[in-house]
Design a protein around this ligand. Structure first.
Ligand code: AHR
Length: 669
């Protein structure tokens, strides 16, 4: 009988007879290693239109006319000219609209947003524009339009703005959308015969996360907050490096007034030729100040990653000339030192002052800095050295995160770890996008890869740097790397190994956070969205189950008197346990990665008497299924309770864990 044909309940009743009961013992008397508050985090990179067109609330694409094709995203009509002597030095372009010669004609601009402009019925949108009227006054009309409509009127909302000065000024109007629409457009046209100059044309929902101007899309940011992440790593990923140094991420370009943040290309525009997005750029509206603020808003420690003087090694294999010469690294090192001052320095320090002027006089209290993303070999190790020396000398309390490169094992990985130990990095950022066998740690995967599966961290050196599993996800074989239920359950099983080894694994973060359904380059991702909707993937729920139940200390747990690691003979069962000093709860996580129900007897040694455990279960039968925009809550964790018996020396949880499921128990001690 095939599991996929059964419901969870059926699977449970029909198969419990045959499987052997595994006895788990959780020692609740002795608290083990502390679980770091940073243990379960998030990784943000502007890939898949995660920033512009995604989390960043701006709805206008190419708002400053700075794309290399100045009118990309715009349709200009009538009499117009693109000019380049605008008020913002680093974004000098703007558009001049002139009288087209007859009152019936029109001059204007239409913006098509990011895959359209998404608007929601009843919601307010703030339109703003920098404008001047060379003749002293001018008028513009702003409209929301639907070009695909069969109704008479294309426009469904309209506002008029009087431009009252020949000097550049910002004008603003709030417009309500009477309908929900995925692909609206924004149209602006000249009203009357007087010339107008328009720059930095912007449209934001008024309702952004925390109601901030220049804020985040509320639903997407809320999904981040709901994970209760301990860490936010940003801004990438390969985007930190750029394919060449000229296009690397430079944090100093991303702060200060948004109007003057220079545009950069987005390397994900062309990284995969089979998924090419010629209109993908970085406006840096979501810049380092906003990242720090977001981290603070969602209660996560910020982990900025800075360029180590290297362009992406994937694009520049062993070409040392693509990187900064060793004796010219100082500006890059200075960027790191200045960033620490920007985040933590007093409001009257050079960089702290800019933070204060942006609205945050208090320090962000940044504790970690990543230097280099996925770098490897001596090219990296040699460059990293002076960064470490300079940061240690000026900021001895800042923890430095180095990297072991893009592989999860092998010669370069080993070399990376050895170098990080030698340079005394505080943490090493490991990345692993691997298949199902790797996550399960099957004998085949072990033969091929070496150290994999939930037992991976059991053998790590306890004296060296700590682990930051900074990017990982199960890339399903023959599954086109899609998010699907099976992969998420295997990730959950693997994560028990991180949790059990919390004395060496200090931080973790899943693969990229966001993906626009029409604009993705990389998957799986935690959260998918279109212009008005979103869904949380099953992997999101796995991350959330861990992050909101991480406890404060590891508890030792054995299965049938053996260490648990989903090993052979353990029938695909994975488990870990923690104690939470704040709530007084013992929390046990059990993942059954096998295709049959597994009866378990979990004895909570050190506790006595009957109890009621609250449970949270992620269980689904379609291994290839995933939540979708149309069915966003098809697969979600379900709450329940379980009566616990009073055993002889322990409280007992007797349960059947459905095939391919994740169940979490919480019992008050
Ligand atoms: O997350 C996508 C990419 O995967 C990141 O940019 C990089 O760090 C990794 O290779």
């Amino acid at each position: 009988m095939k599991f996929t044909l059964l419901t969870c309940a059926l699977a449970l009743s029909s198969l419990t007879m045959t499987a052997q009961t595994h006895v788990m013992d959780v020692n609740t008397k002795k608290l083990g290693a502390p679980v770091q508050p940073t243990m379960y985090g998030l990784f943000f990179e502007d890939i898949n239109y995660a920033a512009d067109g995604g989390l960043y609330g701006e709805l206008v694409k190419n708002r400053s006319f700075e794309f290399p094709d100045r009118l990309m995203g715009w349709e200009a009509f009538g009499t117009f000219e693109v000019k380049d002597d605008g008020p913002f030095e680093r974004c000098p372009h703007y558009v001049e609209l002139c009288y087209p010669g007859h009152k019936e004609r029109r001059s204007g601009l239409t913006n098509s947003g990011f895959f359209g402009i998404g608007l929601k019925q009843g919601e307010d949108y703030r339109f703003s524009v920098w404008a001047k009227a060379p003749q002293g006054t001018a008028k513009i009309i702003v409209q929301f339009i639907d070009r695909a409509t069969m109704e008479e009127n294309q426009q469904f909302a309209e506002a008029k703005i009087d431009i009252t000065s020949s000097d550049w000024k910002q004008y603003e109007v709030v417009m309500k959308s009477p309908r929900t629409i995925q692909k609206a457009q924004l149209r602006i046209y000249l009203d009357g015969n007087k010339t107008v100059d328009l720059e930095h044309v912007s449209l934001f929902p008024v309702n952004t996360f925390k109601n901030r101007k220049n804020g985040m899309r509320a639903d997407l940011a809320q999904a981040l907050a709901d994970v209760h992440p301990g860490l936010l790593r940003f801004p990438g990923g390969c985007i930190v490096e750029g394919v060449d140094l000229a296009t690397r991420y430079q944090w100093k370009n991303t702060i200060g007034p948004v109007e003057n943040r220079p545009l950069n290309e987005n390397r994900w525009e062309y990284t995969f030729p089979y998924r090419f997005f010629p209109d993908y750029f970085q406006s840096y509206g979501l810049g380092f100040f906003e990242f720090f603020q977001l981290a603070e808003d969602i209660g996560a420690e910020p982990l900025p990653v800075l360029n180590v003087g290297m362009a992406c090694q994937f694009q520049n294999w062993d070409d040392d000339s693509a990187h900064v010469p060793y004796d010219q690294l100082q500006p890059y090192i200075q960027d790191c030192l200045d960033l620490i001052e920007f985040a933590n320095g007093p409001a009257d320090s050079e960089w702290g002052k800019i933070r204060a002027e942006m609205g945050h006089p208090e320090p962000f209290n940044m504790k970690f800095i990543g230097v280099g993303n996925e770098q490897w070999d001596d090219l990296y190790f040699k460059r990293l050295e002076p960064f470490v020396a300079a940061i240690r000398a000026k900021y001895p309390n800042i923890k430095i995160v180095g990297t072991s490169g893009p592989d999860s094992e092998g010669k370069m990985f080993e070399k990376g770890w050895a170098a990080m130990k030698q340079q005394k990095a505080d943490l090493v950022d490991e990345h692993f996008y691997r298949n199902e066998d790797w996550f399960l740690g099957t004998p085949e995967a072990k033969a091929k890869y070496g150290n994999c599966g939930a037992a991976r961290y059991d053998s790590y050196d306890r004296k060296g740097p700590k682990v930051f599993a900074g990017e990982y996800a199960c890339h399903g074989k023959n599954k086109h790397k899609w998010n699907h239920y099976e992969a998420s359950i295997l990730e959950a099983g693997f994560m028990t190994g991180m949790e059990r080894n919390a004395d060496v694994v200090y931080m973790t973060a899943y693969a990229p956070l966001f993906a626009h359904v029409e604009g993705w380059q990389w998957r799986p991702d935690l959260i998918w969205f279109d212009n008005t909707r979103m869904f949380r993937s099953v992997s999101y729920y796995v991350q959330q189950m861990y992050a909101t139940n991480k406890g404060t200390n590891v508890l030792s747990l054995t299965m049938d008197k053996q260490p648990v690691a989903g090993l052979e003979g353990q029938d695909g069962l994975h488990a870990s346990a923690v104690f939470d000093k704040q709530t007084g709860e013992v929390i046990v996580k059990v993942i059954n990665t096998s295709k049959q129900t597994q009866p378990v007897s979990i004895q909570l040694t050190g506790m006595k008497g009957e109890r009621t455990a609250t449970t949270l279960t992620l269980c689904h039968n379609g291994m290839d299924d995933e939540n979708t925009l149309d069915n966003p809550e098809m697969i979600t964790p379900k709450e329940g309770t379980l009566k616990c018996d009073a055993g002889k020396n322990a409280t007992l949880l007797l349960d059947d864990i459905p095939a391919m499921s994740f169940r979490l128990y919480k019992v008050k001690k």
